[in-house]
Write a protein that binds this ligand. Structure first.
Ligand SMILES: Nc1ncnc2c1ncn2[C@@H]1O[C@H](COP(=O)(O)OP(=O)(O)OP(=O)(O)O)[C@@H](O)[C@H]1O
Ligand SMILES: [Mg+2]
Length: 330
């Protein structure tokens, strides 16, 4: 099956397809002819500075907002023309949601189960499945208003999962969570992926997003700036400085015992003028290339320098993000 839209031909091999998506708020162009594609069973990390248009895109996918131009498709169904079919296949975890006074967690889940048309045993089974998955059994009678941030996020994820959707759209699910709750969230995302779900996940905690997602898309001012696997993005955009001869440099930290001055002098003559000694560690700008690193390490060891570690700075998604985006907050 294929769908033609705005003269763009798209296929349903994608679980999520965002095509020419455009949304204005007054004079603000929140989403600007955005194209995105998420394959079935994949988790796409959705990155961008504040005001980049992530939430707007996600809300359109969740059928609670409409584009001015273009469309978003979920398994080929249009969010604008076929929102009912989209809703059946998609669960949305918003970045904020209202807590209703005097409503307990179980009542909240039950309400959403009913609103998805689940009845009788089917509804009880759906609620039990969600409580098992999110490990929320102990808190079902708690009022929503008294929940910790971590518990709120669990409940909100549970609500998104209640109709067992194939596609999940999670808007900053890790925001405000303590380290343990973040680890637990990562585990839940991994389990959902293992279960074959497709996910679009936004976050500003890029190191964690890199752990949860297969690919990332970076947007700014509503436009796609870069997309690819984490390795592709790191390779292309997370680069160290360049020498005049075109050699890429990165920060390398060496742990040593004994005479740091002699080692620092050698590194200055051999690798770089930027050498800093800090206690029993030396930091310097050295080659990024793995072969050149190996050669330098080999030379240090064969010259008898008492080094016990040699660590080139790992490439980071943060660095790639800083290199790709301009950072104009809107
Ligand atoms: N309801 C609205 N009314 C007016 N402007 C809006 C509305 N919703 C979003 N915007 C504007 O659209 C732009 C995109 O906002 P959006 O919330 O989608 O960004 P975001 O990438 O989710 O940012 P953040 O990382 O801060 O969550 C911003 O300039 C924002 O001010
Ligand atoms: Mg947002």
């Amino acid at each position: 099956m294929a769908v033609t839209m705005n003269n763009v031909f798209t296929s349903v091999s994608a679980a999520i397809e965002v095509v020419e998506l455009t949304r204005w708020f007054g004079k603000t162009l929140a989403v600007d002819h955005l194209h995105l594609s998420v394959r079935p069973g994949e988790a796409l990390g959705f990155i961008g500075p504040n005001g980049a248009g992530k939430t707007t895109t996600m809300r359109i996918l969740a059928t609670i907002d409409e584009p001015d131009l273009g469309d978003a498709l979920v398994y080929g169904f249009s969010c604008t023309n076929d929102p009912e079919r989209v809703r059946r296949r998609l669960g949305f975890m918003p970045d904020t949601y209202g807590a209703y006074p005097n409503v307990t967690c179980i009542e909240y889940l039950d309400f959403f189960a009913r609103s998805y048309g689940l009845i009788g045993r089917e509804r009880s089974r759906a609620i039990k499945r969600v409580l098992d998955f999110t490990k929320m059994h102990h808190m079902i009678e708690k009022p929503m208003t008294g929940l910790s941030k971590g518990m709120k996020q669990r409940l909100c994820l549970g609500r998104a999962l209640i109709h067992d959707p194939e596609v999940l759209v999670l808007d900053e699910p890790a925001a405000g969570l303590d380290p343990r709750a973040r680890v637990e969230l990562k585990e839940m995302v991994a389990n959902l992926l293992a279960d074959g779900k497709t996910m679009l996940i936004s976050s500003h905690i890029l190191s964690e997003l890199a752990e949860m997602c297969n690919r990332v898309a970076i947007i700014e001012h509503g436009r796609l700036l870069a997309s690819g696997t984490i390795d592709q993005i790191l390779e292309q955009y997370s680069t160290g400085s360049l020498t005049e001869s075109g050699q890429r440099l990165t920060t390398i930290t060496i742990g040593f015992a004994g005479d740091g001055e002699r080692l620092a002098e050698f590194l200055k003559s051999r690798a770089s003028s930027e050498v800093r000694v800090r206690g029993d560690q030396i930091e310097f700008l050295g080659p990024e290339d793995a072969e050149a690193c190996r050669a330098l390490l080999h030379e240090l060891v064969s010259l008898g320098f008492p080094i016990h570690s040699f660590t080139p700075k790992p490439k980071s998604l943060e660095e790639a993000f800083m290199n790709v985006t301009l950072g104009h907050v809107r």
